[in-house]
Design a protein around this ligand. Sequence first.
Ligand code: NDP
Length: 336
Amino acid sequence: GTVLVTGANGYIAVWVVKSFLDQGFSVRGTVRSESKATHLRSLFKPFGDKFEVVIVEDITKEGAFDEAVKGVDAIAHTASPFHFKADDPDELIGPAVHGTTGILASALKHAPTVQRIVVTSSCAAVLTPSPEPRVFSEADWNEASIIEVEEKGREATNFAKYRASKTLAERAAWEFWEKRKGEVQWDLVVANPPFVFGPFLHEVDKPENLNESARDWYDTIVKGTKDTEALVNIGSSYVDVRDLALGHVLAVTKQEAGGERIIISAGPWKWQDFVSVAHRLYPSLPAGNTSYDPATTVHLIRYAPDKERKLLGIKFKSLEETTKDTLDDFKARGWL
Ligand code: NDP
């Protein structure tokens, strides 16, 4: 079968493309310009004509994906802005929502062969910051960020702007599918990862230009930008980018996943968890907060693993493994 992967040059997407190719699929990737195709073509050259790139300049334009979807059996829609520097929240919300509804509309009109569409949402569309420890599941929706953006507009926090974009985009995907599920032959799966870490394959010239999550990790672990309080208090959950990529493949191949929203999380962390492993492996890296005790730390946000276990059953890479492979990758690039 052939899978269309949107935003194929992104951090997560390149691994998604690779996973599909490794599993024997043909992949058509979309990027915004020809210059973003070059690296991908050389990276996936070993797969010959099983990999192709098409240019979709503006994913918010009506019919943008009309040509790209033709003849594909599945779609993984990953393209969406992920950064914390938007002034106007619509810089994020526009492409997130219209990119998502746009690809679904193009599939509806031009891709009678599509069986499955996977949308890369986020735990940003699930969580609500909580002062008390809380376990979130697929039943939870981040309405709070939408409300914050509605009330404060440009004055909303950058977190809220991004999280609102992911929540609104995912909601739009489900609304679109709910309305038409009786008439379409495909079903929708939504993948909700927390922070995504791990080595990278996409084109990056220097650490400052890494994607948002990998740059935060690099800054914290290698440059030591967070203070000792932040290291033991700030945390979330993570998934290794390679496991998430496999999750996208399973979201396409597992029949039972159809119609499901699935949190794909390996487990919780505090920054110091990564710092401790990193310092042990590469003693020249900062030691961070040596008074940290992982056994007694409280994780405010956790995710229920049940649905992922039942439907996908990924054997998640450990935090140690992710840390080691990422640092080895940085090392090989001369970034340590
Ligand atoms: P990247 O920034 O590496 O990739 C984002 C991709 O989306 C790129 O291909 C980018 O294209 C494309 N894109 C961004 N804005 C636009 C736009 N306005 N129009 C068209 N294309 C656009 O980030 P990630 O790989 O981390 O993110 C991929 C997906 O995963 C996103 O949907 C993100 O929300 C989601 N996600 C990421 C997490 C993480 O921790 N990294 C966690 C949870 C979800 P270009 O290079 O041309 O800008």
